[in-house]
Design a protein. Structure first.
Length: 308
């Protein structure tokens, strides 16, 4: 399954959701010498100092090594290696706090940069922490009355004290589709925001009241003018940029559709091209494909086969 090959979808973590309701959990874990804390600020995490021969990793600090963060998040407990059953927190720091903790800018890095080189456990924890941190950044106020919200449930809930409304982290589902024709060629599109020679799979957000399969059919038609059939699930990947879940599908060109009948929408997609495996392999650097941490890259590599 593709799921096993996706860096951000691998995990070695017990999220221990039941424990989040303990109102004294964060205080108790901050006093526990077994606890380790990930420092996170403005989308970047503190990375461990790397020595010759050491693998890239996140820096896991003792609780008393960190300032009193505005928001603490209980990530859960590790399930492997040195982190097995160890309680893990994230401290969401301001830029000023982060600079005071570690002024060397190279020690701070984002998930896009670190995901290709981190181990499964660190990747899972960074993805989880970043996803919830992004949610906190955009939900400081009640959507009904505008009152400042309070952090509860060990960082997993915000509550409006006026409306007594609980606000939970949201994930926006998006489909991403591998489309092939009768000759098993792959359809790739070039987005208006990218370089001219960068191509990827077609993708789009699921609308309210819409199934994933229906979203596949609609998004492909909107972006390419083509009808597809037989959407099949391939795998999924969290994508916290800022809050998506990418759900991968394959689909085939529907009967009666001519491959050359593509119509780019002209807004998101400026160019559409069909590629055989030989053409895509021969293109080399002339065609830029998605990076190694993305589900798009994994799906394309899976289609290309072992020689990709």
């Amino acid at each position: 399954m593709l799921l096993d090959a996706l860096p951000l979808a691998r995990h070695e973590l017990d999220r221990d959701a039941v424990a989040r309701g303990d109102t004294g959990l964060i205080t108790r874990l901050r006093a526990d010498p077994a606890t380790r804390v990930l420092a996170l600020s403005a989308g970047s995490a503190l990375r461990a100092q790397q020595f010759e021969g050491s693998a890239p990793a996140l820096e896991w600090l003792l609780p008393d090594e960190l300032p009193d963060a505005a928001t603490w998040l209980y990530l859960g407990r590790g399930t492997a290696g040195d982190a097995e059953q160890r309680p893990l927190l994230a401290a969401l720091l301001s830029r000023e706090q982060a600079e005071a903790l570690q002024p060397e800018q190279l020690r701070w890095a984002g998930l896009r940069a670190l995901a290709p080189v981190l181990g499964d456990s660190d990747n899972a924890l960074f993805t989880e922490a970043l996803s919830v941190a992004n949610w906190h950044d955009s939900h400081g106020f009640c959507p009904r009355c505008g009152a400042a919200t309070l952090v509860e449930q060990s960082g997993w809930v915000r509550r409006c004290p006026v409306e007594n409304l609980q606000i939970f982290p949201r994930t926006d589902a998006a489909v991403i589709v591998r489309i092939t024709d009768a000759d098993d060629r792959l359809l790739l599109g070039s987005n208006a925001l990218w370089e001219i020679n960068r191509f990827s799979l077609l993708a789009g957000f699921v609308e309210p009241g819409e199934s994933l399969e229906a979203a596949v059919l609609r998004e492909v038609f909107e972006e390419s003018g083509l009808r597809v059939a037989d959407p099949r699930y391939l795998g999924s990947q969290p994508w916290p940029f800022p809050a998506s879940l990418m759900v991968g599908f394959s689909a085939t060109l529907a009967a009666g559709q001519a491959p050359q009948g593509t119509i780019p929408d002209g807004e998101e997609i400026l160019e559409l091209r069909w590629f055989s495996r030989e053409e895509l392999r021969a293109a080399g650097g002339d065609i830029l494909l998605p990076g190694p941490i993305s589900i798009a890259g994994a799906i394309i590599s899976d289609w290309l086969g072992a020689d990709a």
